[in-house]
Design a protein. Structure first.
Length: 87
């Protein structure tokens, strides 16, 4: 069970900050990186929605949603790092 909904907000804020930094640099990236960026944007929207679901549904079912949020967070972080390494 999720004990601190503040952690979700902090996690979303940290990812948003990293996302915004990359968005400023993405126009300089090579064309093949743009496809990966679009895929990450789709995952970003999923993670943001599921994060909101966790905050709205703080009951036993929140554990499953939280696991999905953490998986998406890990995928986003890895994808952002791949793009940053190639910019």
């Amino acid at each position: 069970m999720v004990n601190e909904p503040v952690d979700v907000g902090r996690m979303v804020d940290e990812l948003k900050h990293e996302r915004d930094e990359i968005a400023l640099q993405i126009h300089l990236a090579r064309a093949e990186l743009r496809d990966e960026w679009q895929e990450l944007e789709h995952k970003w929207e999923q993670m943001r929605r599921k994060g909101n679901e966790v905050l709205d549904a703080m009951d036993d079912s929140a554990d499953e949603i939280w696991a999905a949020v953490l998986l998406l967070r890990d995928e986003l972080k890895a994808g952002y790092q791949r793009i940053k390494d190639r910019i």
